[in-house]
Design a binder for this molecule. Structure first.
Ligand SMILES: Cc1cc2nc3c(=O)[nH]c(=O)nc-3n(C[C@H](O)[C@H](O)[C@H](O)COP(=O)(O)O)c2cc1C
Length: 347
């Protein structure tokens, strides 16, 4: 084990345009993940097993969706010590996403703004990558596959895209995440409202029952929601999750709010804000979900985890598991072990 201190790598990466730094890092991970060079970022996985939604997670820290949209680096990322990794969002067809620049750092607040818009290579390429990954799962790591809709699909036909995604990823997933909370696909978040959500989850649940019979295995299905919801909206979502037998909820995606970054460079860029400024909003939604869902319904807490203490706060708010993305950009792989250890110590 020879982890390179991230403090040495970060100044170089932060000297590059954010999306370029991202591509360079993922490209290197993809190239090197099956070579001895992987010892450069490998650290022991904290063993703190917990069973959630019928799945045995080796520890409670996971990688949030969107970092590895095409599932190219599952084994390399797994070497950082995550108990679970969520890849995607994948859409049925490949699409370029929004024009660049579309990713911005706000280092004063340990935050990012992105409006990538589900740039990805599409379902076929994604599934080929997912099937190539072996080491992470062989070591007990769990894989979440996150599905969305193509930008060109009208919102009235969104269900079709989710059904295609569900059927495609089903045989390869430990769990499936239905992402209806990206702010960067027009009208996507309207699927969180009452009737639209009822229709979507009803259709997905029916299809899942067929897939479960076909594959002889019921794969848990999670819904990922936004932080920009009031208590009434959270309550309606909670009731709809239960009505359709969803297995869990991931809270939250990025926020449209800008109060916490007002006046800073890039604060007015369109897109979703992540990192420290979404921490409290996401914790509020987790608390409201826990109150509405009662004990026992799985909640994955995500948004602004930058330390072990932050991970503990997610659990205290009512989450069973914790994911992170922006924290990895600011703190590096060391954060994964720190957060997993923090949860293991406190039980
Ligand atoms: C650059 C970027 C791209 C993202 N892409 C996705 C995505 O494709 N699908 C998704 O469900 N969430 C996506 N997210 C949201 C994250 O998974 C996470 O919910 C959010 O960033 C809050 O967590 P964080 O503060 O730890 O980053 C993305 C976030 C960032 C910063």
């Amino acid at each position: 084990m020879a982890l390179i201190p991230y403090a040495l790598t970060r100044p170089f990466l932060f000297g590059l345009d954010p999306e370029h730094a991202h591509e360079l890092t993922l490209g290197s991970l993809a190239r090197l993940q099956d070579t001895p060079a992987r010892c450069l970022w490998t650290q022991a996985r904290v063993q703190d097993p917990v069973t959630v939604a019928g799945l045995r997670f080796p520890n409670r820290i996971g990688l949030a969706a969107g970092l590895d949209k095409n599932g190219r680096c599952i084994d390399g990322l797994g070497d950082m010590g995550f108990g679970f990794i969520e890849v995607g969002t994948v859409t049925p067809l490949g699409q370029p996403g929004n024009p660049k620049p579309r990713m911005f750092r706000l280092p004063e607040r340990q935050a990012l703004i992105n409006r990538l818009g589900f740039n990805n290579e599409g379902l076929d390429a994604f599934l080929a990558n997912v099937q190539r990954a072996r080491r992470f799962r062989a070591a007990g790591g769990l894989l979440g596959l996150n599905i969305g809709k193509n930008a060109a699909t009208p919102i009235e036909r969104a269900v079709d895209d989710y059904l295609i995604g569900l059927a495609g990823v089903y045989p390869h997933a430990d769990y499936v995440t239905v992402n209806i909370s990206s702010p960067n696909t027009q009208n996507l978040r309207s699927l969180q409202s009452d009737e639209a959500l009822d229709g979507l989850l009803g259709a997905l649940q029916a299809r899942r029952a067929e897939l479960a019979a076909q594959h002889g295995r019921q794969v848990p299905m999670f819904l990922k929601i936004a932080p920009d919801l009031d208590e009434t909206q959270v309550g309606v979502i909670a009731a709809t999750l239960k009505k359709h037998g969803l297995d869990g909820v991931i809270a939250t995606n990025t926020t449209l709010a800008r109060e916490a970054v007002a006046g800073l460079p890039h604060a007015q860029e369109a897109g979703g804000l992540s990192g420290r400024p979404v921490f409290e909003a996401s914790n509020r939604v987790i608390r409201q979900l826990r109150a509405a869902l009662g004990p026992g319904f799985p909640i994955v807490g995500v948004g602004g985890v930058l330390s072990g203490e932050d991970a503990r706060a997610k659990i205290a708010a009512g989450a069973d598991l914790v994911q992170l993305y922006t924290g990895l950009i600011y703190r590096g792989p060391e954060l994964v072990a720190e957060a997993a250890r923090a949860l293991a110590r406190k039980g």
